[in-house]
Design a protein around this ligand. Structure first.
Ligand code: MN3
Length: 240
């Protein structure tokens, strides 16, 4: 282990869609997302083993998804930032909430790979084995969707009908909860997102997230996901 290069966490304040996001809560949910070594973003560790989400998400998928796919987004993000000295030292949130203001030379690279880094960092932390939905979260879902089942139905539908690659989200927008989806590695924090808000829960519906175990059965993967949601984190984000 190198001792000469010390990791540290970049801090930032975060403005989204004109409304202040509770930065502390969101950053707690995606802690390590701004972890850097020197000037480069680094792959955050998982807080559980690759086997921990079995049988719902298999260890091989987790290992490849984390060490290959997520790492590739980080490598490509670092390469893009290295080309634009004006972007050095910016937090990931500063980069992805201001896509429209980025230099044209790196705009799509940062949209795709900065989004990929943020989304996967969030995804690992919004999953956990053996977590239970709190009464508070249940109440909030009933208030916003009529029932927990209706929320799940909308979330599954968003994941299932997202054409090609992308993400389905539960977000908080002006104190209301709603379900949305984004293509590719976009997310609701981005200035370019059609529907903006604070991510509360998200699922990766790229084929690489489920194909080894579920093949073309994206719906089976969406159903299985409910067994591995980190409801404590969801609760902290809803009530944050
Ligand atoms: Mn992925």
């Amino acid at each position: 282990m190198k001792t000469s290069r010390k990791n540290f966490i970049r801090t930032s304040s975060l403005l989204v869609a004109g409304a202040m996001v509770n930065t502390n809560v969101l950053q707690a949910a995606v802690k390590k997302v701004n972890q850097v070594s020197g000037n480069e973003f680094v792959l955050p560790d998982l807080e559980y083993s690759y086997e921990a989400l079995e049988p719902h998400i298999d260890a091989t998928t987790m290992r490849i998804h984390h060490t290959k796919h997520h790492q590739a987004y980080i490598t490509n993000l670092n390469n893009a930032i290295a080309k634009e000295t004006s972007l050095k030292g910016k937090t990931l949130e500063q980069l992805i909430t201001n896509i429209n203001s980025l230099p044209e030379t790196v705009k799509s690279a940062i949209r795709n790979n900065g989004g990929g880094h943020w989304n996967h960092s969030f995804f690992w932390q919004i999953m956990k084995p053996g977590s239970k939905m709190s009464k508070k979260t249940e109440t909030a879902l009933i208030q916003n969707f009529g029932s927990v089942d209706e929320f799940k139905k909308q979330f599954e539908k968003a994941g299932l009908t997202q054409f090609g690659s992308g993400w389905a989200w539960l977000i908080k927008q002006n104190n209301k909860l709603l379900v949305t989806a984004t293509p590719n590695q976009d997310n609701p924090l981005m200035d370019i997102a059609a529907v903006k808000g604070t991510p509360i829960l998200g699922i990766d519906v790229w084929e690489h997230a489920y194909y080894l175990k579920y093949q073309n059965k994206r719906n089976d993967y969406l159903q299985a996901f409910w067994n591995v949601v980190n409801w404590e984190k969801v609760d902290a984000l809803i009530n944050g």
